[in-house]
Write a protein that binds this ligand. Structure first.
Ligand code: 3EB
Length: 323
């Protein structure tokens, strides 16, 4: 069979990225992008100790091509494009988000990769409230404005992560493809786009996962940041292990739904190539690590990151990737 479209691993910090690197994510105290190499992204989320290393590397089977347009650094290979955009976050986050999304949506379409599969969004002070609306809710307003202005509807929403970082800068990066992905929802949760008004004036525009069925037989699955939410409500408030168990049930439900769609999609979370755990409290690490190993076994690479979650009552959020 053909090689997978991307090969994902956790590695120790190296000086420069390998030639076949498609993207390199370094986690730490700063959010930054390289001025010269669009493949390199630094994310202001402190990594918690990890035996395998804390640098996330995506490799591609072909040497990727890189470039930059409209302030968006991009990398292309295997029918996929990766792009990233870093802007100041000290401006009005609603306008900044709308501007960033208008640029990235126009960019991926013009580049010929018209199907947005997955986005990641990181910015500081995510739950800071002004005039009764927090920064995550303002982000949701700005994102929705751009998506609707460019004609996206509910059936085209990408999988996503939106997490509070501990460093300045609003970072968005994304994957888009020449061929469409399929939205996967979670039967245990209502669609985030249908959340009731109590979570903010504009509901979040994302799907629970994207399944990208390719004609070479591979079926990458990009699972969104997944929290201890059932229906639309946060459950197990204050109990990090119960939140973790609920998240694993949500991940299984998403994976089951994707597998029902196509038998080439994975069947269990143990087949994920990478799991990222966003953890509010460093002190929860030992027990969370132990419990997650009971769920996943010890073959799946897991990266733990000290993070703020968009609802104050959530202690943990987990995303998964089958590349
Ligand atoms: C949730 O399920 C938790 O707004 O892009 C998870 C993943 C969450 C993505 C987003 C928000 C987003 O509602 C929060």
């Amino acid at each position: 069979m053909n090689p997978r479209p991307l090969i994902v691993s956790l590695e120790k910090p190296g000086d420069s990225p390998p030639d076949d690197a498609f993207a390199v994510f370094r986690f730490g105290g700063l959010t930054a992008v390289s001025a010269t190499d669009p493949r390199i992204v630094e994310i202001g989320l402190p990594p918690l100790a990890n035996d395998r290393g804390t640098v996330e590397i995506w490799r591609s089977p072909d040497i990727p091509t890189t470039g930059s347009r409209d302030g968006i650094g991009f990398v292309e290979t295997s029918g996929l494009i990766f792009g990233r955009l870093l802007i100041g976050d000290d401006v009005d986050i609603e306008t900044a988000t709308e501007d960033a999304y208008r640029r990235l949506l126009e960019f991926h379409r013009e580049a010929g990769f018209s199907h947005l599969l997955r986005t990641w969004n990181y910015f500081p002070r995510i739950t800071e409230v002004r005039d009764g609306i927090d920064r995550y809710q303002r982000f949701c307003i700005g994102r929705h404005r751009a998506l609707s202005a460019l004609g996206y509807d509910e059936r085209q929403l990408p999988a996503a992560t939106a997490i509070g970082s501990s460093a300045p800068g609003f970072l968005v990066f994304f994957l888009a493809a020449r061929t469409p992905g399929e939205q996967i929802e979670n039967p245990r949760q209502i669609s985030a786009f249908r959340y009731p008004r109590q979570y903010g004036p504009q509901s979040p525009s994302f799907s629970r996962a994207t399944l990208w069925r390719r004609d070479d037989g591979h079926a990458p699955l990009y699972i969104s940041g997944t929290a201890s939410i059932v229906g639309h409500e946060s459950v197990h408030v204050g109990d990090v292990l119960a939140q973790l168990d609920e998240i694993v049930a949500n991940l299984r439900a998403i994976i089951d739904t994707a597998h029902e769609r196509t038998s080439t999609s994975i069947e269990t979370p143990a087949e994920l190539d990478l799991v990222k755990v966003y953890l509010r409290q460093v002190r929860d690490l030992p027990e969370v690590r132990k419990r997650l190993a009971e769920h996943l076994g010890d073959t799946v690479p897991v990266l733990y990151l000290r993070s703020d979650i968009c609802r104050d009552d959530l202690l943990i959020e987990i995303e998964g990737l089958r590349a």
